[in-house]
Design a protein. Structure first.
Length: 85
């Protein structure tokens, strides 16, 4: 997925992280999420320090402490049924 000038990359990354929170789970105390997103998008999240390097055979990615916290707040911000997030 190439990002062109018409794409708000900040918002895209935030919403992608929120979607990762939907598939998040803890494996031996490590927060993980299934990596069912576009590779360019996963690379963007990696460059922001929200997930560990997504390259590899694992079918999931590790969320960083910051990524896990931001994922939860981004989900509430963009998808809460209450007005104002």
């Amino acid at each position: 997925m190439p990002f062109d000038d018409d794409v708000n990359v900040d918002k895209l990354a935030e919403v992608a992280l929120a979607f990762l929170s939907l598939t998040s789970f803890t494996d031996h105390g490590v927060p993980r999420a299934w990596k069912g997103l576009d590779w360019d998008l996963l690379d963007l999240l990696y460059k922001r320090g929200w997930i560990l390097d997504p390259k590899g055979k694992a079918k999931s990615v590790v969320l960083t402490e910051l990524g896990q916290s931001l994922a939860e707040s981004a989900f509430r911000k963009h998808f809460s049924a209450k007005e104002g997030g």
